[in-house]
Design a protein around this ligand. Structure first.
Ligand code: GLY
Ligand code: MN
Ligand code: MN
Length: 465
């Protein structure tokens, strides 16, 4: 595995305003990652794929974004690609099935690497047209007993793959052996992707810088009498303008009570004096995401009730970030956030009982109903396991330990939906979340998104300018 210790960026320059060129293809990085997979699969074969372009309307598609594992191992980003890594063939270790060159289609849809490009640029030992996958995959079933196959989001391909596997296996077994087990490679790919290498950390810094700049711009722009979508446009402007693919996920721009809806994203309300605005938005740069939430008053000044709740969420977020340290368990920072939120809710007289009673009865769940964060990387919710294969004395799976090179979000919140009963009117309609992206380092952590202000005084000062 490549070294994953991040350089210290304590005195990092603020890269606001910088336009980042698309990352360059670096063959050695992808070769090194493929070798890590080959080292882990024994005398076996691994198959992953990217789907066709997703349909949008009639005969038009969404812009394509390839599968994160395919990109991680190849840097190749065309649709309809199958990547085979194998130790079960005399000559080939890395095989690609791709769309062949096609002058007519390339006139409409853009250039393709084709068979030659897959070998010459992307380093495949052998490459074939995707249409030959069914006929050729059996060449990679010889001595191996396990086929590592990542079931992807394309059910048509998943089904087709199973049919091919069954037919190929029957055919091979007439003359020898074939794999008898299909295994999810998450434990290999997820573990590799969890520990970010230097190239990934640089991309994540850029995604974080672009995302933080977008939040600052949104704070400077927002005002009563503007629509949420106008703020969304300011975010998207920064994302594209600075060189990101765009938003890493559909931006949440929720004013007033919309901030209490966790996945709100219609973003079409007219903002009013006295509203809070919750923005959960991040950029995707070079296939890596930032994921940032800030909540601020549209008129630039927190009301006493808004500030009281905000201070509880901020204290919870800081307490949780403190716990993000190498050697601590993944679940610990959620507990730190939860304990602080509950203490705050008790101080505000919004919850009764002891900390333990509240936790046991989960009475906090009407105000806080999600976890304090997730792995972050090429997928916003990065596809890496949260648990080890061990169990504790109560039979519960053990969380994995944080290690240098992991990146996770810390994002506690409190949400007072307008329909809640028994909550003073001054709190109803308040939704607050604060989210940063935290890199675990050898001696602690680094907040990649610290450049987006979150202290109430800093936000108010920025909005006054
Ligand atoms: N924006 C998705 C999340 O915060 O998990
Ligand atoms: Mn988020
Ligand atoms: Mn998140």
């Amino acid at each position: 595995m490549p070294p994953s210790t991040a350089p210290s960026r304590a005195a990092a320059p603020n890269r606001f305003g910088q336009v980042f060129a698309p990352p360059e293809y670096d063959a050695a990085t992808y070769r090194r990652r493929r070798q890590s997979v080959l080292d882990a699969i024994g005398v076996n074969t691994l198959v992953i794929y990217s789907p066709p372009e997703p349909h949008r309307t009639h005969d038009l598609n969404y812009r394509f974004r390839t599968d994160s594992d395919v990109y991680y191992l190849t840097g190749f980003d065309e649709p309809e690609t199958v990547v085979v890594l194998t130790n079960d063939h005399a000559e080939h270790k890395f095989v690609m099935f791709v769309r062949p060159r096609d002058p007519e289609r390339e006139t409409w849809d853009g250039l393709r690497a084709g068979i030659e490009g897959a070998k010459a640029k992307y380093g495949a030992d052998e490459a074939f047209p995707i249409s030959e996958f069914n006929a050729k995959i059996g060449d990679y079933f010889n001595r191996g007993t396990t086929l590592f196959f990542k079931f992807g989001r394309d059910e048509h391909f998943n089904q087709q793959f199973l049919s091919t596997f069954r037919a190929t296996r029957m055919k091979k077994m007439r003359g020898g052996t074939a794999p008898d087990t299909i295994r999810d490679p998450l434990f290999i790919l997820g573990d590799l992707r969890l520990m970010k290498d230097a190239d990934e950390i640089e991309r994540m810094h850029r995604a974080a810088d672009i995302g933080a700049e977008a939040h600052v711009r949104a704070m400077q722009f927002a005002a009563p009498g503007k629509y949420e979508f106008e703020v969304e446009a300011e975010l998207e402007y920064v994302f594209r303008r600075r060189g990101a693919y765009g938003s890493a996920y559909t931006s949440i721009v929720g004013s007033g009570a919309n901030g209490t809806i966790l996945h709100y994203n219609t973003n079409d309300r007219l903002m009013a004096d006295g509203d809070l605005l919750l923005i959960d938005a991040g950029a995707e740069y070079g296939y890596y995401a930032s994921d940032i939430t800030r909540t601020f008053p549209v008129n630039g000044k927190f009301s006493p009730a808004q500030k009281a709740v905000y201070d509880v969420v901020l204290a919870a977020q800081k307490a949780a970030i403190e716990v993000v340290q190498p050697g601590r368990l993944f679940g610990e920072y959620h507990q730190a956030a939860l304990d602080t939120l509950i203490e705050g809710l008790r101080d505000l007289k919004l919850l009764d009982g002891s900390l333990e009673e509240i936790k046991t009865n989960k009475t906090y769940e009407k105000f806080y109903m999600h976890r304090a964060g997730h792995w972050l990387g090429s997928d916003v919710h990065d596809n890496c396991g949260y648990f080890t294969s061990e169990f504790d004395e109560l039979g519960k799976a053990r969380y994995r330990k944080l290690e240098p090179g992991c990146v996770l979000t810390v994002e506690p919140g409190l949400y007072f939906a307008p329909h809640l009963e028994g909550v003073p009117a001054e709190f109803l309609g308040i939704g607050i979340r604060i989210e940063d992206d935290i890199l675990v380092t050898a001696d602690g952590n680094e907040n990649l998104t610290a450049a987006a202000p979150k202290e109430t005084a800093d936000i108010e000062a920025l909005m006054k300018k």
